[in-house]
Design a protein around this ligand. Structure first.
Ligand code: UTP
Ligand code: MG
Length: 689
């Protein structure tokens, strides 16, 4: 039985998924509610608390600097003359603590995609985690997680516009102390409610920043001005397109009136205005204009299908352009709603209505930002390489290590099998390729045999026809010269030849001449005949050779089959190599932790919370070490773990030094020690930075 709404076309499950949006579309939504002042006060407190929680600790900031400096050094040597710049929220100050670090490599030596490919390869070789090349995005990037600090990083190439919009956002942030908490609150809310993920069809956090800023520009009186409106126009051509990059030098001076609303009030107003006056029916959000502008003036009418049409169409269609238009401040042809999908756009509307409803009902920040999809929220970034291991019993870590080692050895032997198979396939392909070449050669030689045989027969016949009784030419020539000599020598009057004799000599001479003619022809034909015979013999010999060097691999088929097999095996091995690298890294990490924890005396108890962990290690340093030392000094009984503690706190020789000495030595040791299992000196010392 269908429960599709006649008015909206929503199915029952769509009505359940977006109840408030559905009510607003059927005009049955209660809109007369107001948000109580008490809620705003509490909101302000909660937002300020959130903001202070988002302060970057010194440790995290050092880690960020560490990885950025490390990458600078790597790129310096790989891409000579390149420049690495930080942009995005870590630079504008409008980011949540666990946000990514956005880096732009300015380099013109090669095509950006080629550079990104090289970077991805380099990062994989360096052991970075989850290295992903997103090459088809508007701005192609390489995403990865630094294996040591666990900080997510995005790298793009020559992304100059992003550097300018970061500067603009920094400037907005500097305008008023409420900008940062206000934007962080909206980003936090959007993130936890599952509507801040461009990859999943909702707004990017960059887009939310502008949605939030527009609200601060349009509240009465405004909290921030329009920074792009005043000042000498600054035009710049980037990648062939001219952009107006004007930004006011002194934006604060642009505000005529002071807005004194609390950040809680500002946020309530934000939700209220979107819930009650959905701006996108008629307008485009435009920071550059300082206010919403009409869709018609921007020529950004909603293209078909609209959000509702797309949602009720069960063919999972793509949303028409300009569904919830937000104009990029510099790239004004770029609508940040381009990434939205029908369901994502519906979720956004529902969340605004939900937020307003919660606030009017006196609900709090916690309820407002209740996490909808925990898997999309990285709230407690694993910023310590050993974070998870610290709370694990040592035996569990060892078991895990053993499992991984055996997994690795299975994987390695699987890779080896494939590798050998691939080598064999390549060998086979080579052999078959050579055979094919030889076959061609054989055919070529064989093709010359038949015509040559015919030619031999023909020449032989010609030779025999010219002179069947073959007299050697040299004999005829000899005879000719003798007769010629006798006929032309001086006549001895005493021995004059008879006429008869002279006639005989002359006729013999002419006969010899004719014989010579024939014999010369015969000799030519004979030589030709001999040459052809020789050629035929050589060809046969060559043919024999070619046949001998061919192998019997033809039985196995075509070389192309083996090329395909080799390629298939290579493709199969690629993810295996990635898995192998991952396993090796994890094994390295576990081994390092086992080494460290055994040196430190190990963490043998299960502790789930950070402060407990701190207390625990404090207890070990201050109480156990001193107590063990004094027991050892007084000759008391020592257990194996006592001995372990003793050895790790200066050894037997430190016993007489007393308790204080023991503690100070321990401190020194922990300062000196670097627990990283990885190569390089990144993050070890700041001297080089
Ligand atoms: P991010 O998505 O990382 O946003 O884009 P963000 O502002 O740094 O926010 P979080 O804290 O990480 O979530 C990084 C930068 O890329 C540029 C902007 O400079 C943005 O700050 N960018 C992003 C664009 O220029 N256009 C876009 O459509 C998206
Ligand atoms: Mg970012």
């Amino acid at each position: 039985m269908s429960k599709t709404c006649q008015e909206t076309g929503f199915t029952a499950s769509q009505q359940a998924k977006w109840p408030l949006t559905h009510s607003s579309l059927t005009n049955s939504l209660e809109k007369s509610q107001v948000i109580p002042d008490s809620v705003n006060e509490q909101l302000s407190k909660d937002i300020l608390e959130l903001t202070s929680e988002q302060e970057i600790s010194k440790k995290l900031s050092e880690r960020r600097d560490g990885i950025i400096n490390h990458l600078k050094r790597r790129f310096d040597s790989k891409f000579r003359g390149s420049k690495l710049t930080t942009f995005g929220s870590s630079e504008s100050g409008l980011g949540l603590k666990n946000g990514d670090v956005d880096l732009c490599l300015e380099f013109n030596g090669e095509k950006p995609k080629k550079v990104l490919n090289k970077i991805a390869r380099m990062l994989r070789d360096d052991g970075m985690e989850d290295v992903t090349l997103i090459s088809h995005a508007k701005v192609p990037i390489v995403k990865f997680i630094d294996q040591r600090s666990k900080i997510p990083i995005d790298i793009s190439i020559n992304n100059s516009l992003a550097i300018y919009n970061t500067k603009l956002l920094r400037s907005y942030n500097d305008c008023d102390s409420r900008v940062r908490p206000f934007i962080l609150a909206i980003k936090h809310w959007a993130l936890h409610r599952g509507i801040c993920n461009a990859a999943f069809g909702t707004f990017s956090s960059y887009a939310w920043t502008f949605i939030a800023l527009q609200s601060l520009q349009t509240t009465n009186p405004p909290v921030v001005p329009n920074i792009q409106k005043h000042g000498k126009r600054s035009m710049k051509i980037i990648e062939g397109t001219e952009y107006d990059l004007t930004m006011s030098e002194e934006p604060k001076k642009l505000l005529k009136e002071n807005n004194s609303q609390s950040v809680g009030e500002l946020l309530s107003n934000f939700f209220e205005s979107f819930a009650l006056n959905w701006p996108w029916d008629e307008n485009v959000l435009s920071i550059r204009s300082g206010e919403n502008i009409s869709r018609s003036s921007k020529k950004w009418e909603q293209q078909k299908p609209s959000i509702i049409e797309a949602v009720i169409d069960d063919k999972n269609v793509r949303l028409g352009k300009h569904s919830l238009p937000v104009e990029d401040p510099f790239d004004t042809m770029h609508d940040l709603s381009r990434v939205l999908r029908p369901e994502g756009a519906m979720d956004i509307r529902e969340e605004f209505l939900r937020a307003f409803k919660i606030l009017t009902e006196g609900g709090d920040w916690k309820k407002l930002t209740e996490t909808k999809f925990p898997e999309l929220v990285n709230d407690s970034a694993n910023t310590d390489l050993f974070e998870d291991l610290r709370i694990m019993p040592a035996q569990d870590v060892k078991d895990m290590l053993e499992d991984l080692q055996s997994e690795l050895s299975v994987l390695e032997s699987e890779i080896e099998i494939r590798n050998n198979e691939r080598k064999n396939a390549i060998e086979m392909s080579k052999a078959l390729r050579k055979n094919a070449e030889l076959q061609r050669e054989e055919n070529k030689i064989a093709n010359t045999l038949k015509p040559r045989r015919a030619k031999i027969e023909q020449v032989k016949k010609q030779r025999d026809e010219v002179n069947n009784n073959y007299i050697p030419v040299h004999w005829i020539e000899n005879e000719l010269s003798k007769v010629f000599k006798r006929l032309t020598e001086d006549v001895d009057l005493m021995r004059t030849p008879s006429l008869q004799k002279e006639i005989e000599l002359f006729s013999w001479f002419f006969e010899l001449q004719s014989m010579h003619e024939h014999s010369k022809k015969t000799r030519e034909f004979h030589n030709e005949f001999k040459k052809l015979l020789r050629e035929q013999k050589n060809a046969l010999f060559e043919l024999e050779n070619v046949k001998e060097s061919g192998t019997e691999v033809n039985l196995f088929g075509d070389f192309a089959n083996f090329d395909d097999l080799a390629h298939k095996l290579l493709l199969e091995m690629n993810p295996m190599h990635t898995e192998k690298r991952k396993l090796k890294r994890e094994i390295g990490r576990l081994e390092a932790w086992i080494r460290i924890s055994s040196k430190k005396g190990g963490q043998k108890t299960r502790h789930n919370n950070r402060s407990n962990k701190k207390n625990y290690s404090k207890r070990r340093n201050n109480v156990n070490v001193a107590e063990v030392k004094s027991r050892a000094a007084s000759g008391g009984a020592l257990s194996l773990s006592d001995l372990d503690t003793l050895l790790n706190s200066g050894g037997i020789s430190s016993i007489s030094n007393g308790q204080q000495n023991g503690t100070s030595k321990k401190k020194k040791k922990s300062k000196k020690k670097n627990f990283s299992p990885h190569r390089g000196n990144r993050g070890r010392s700041k001297k080089g930075m």
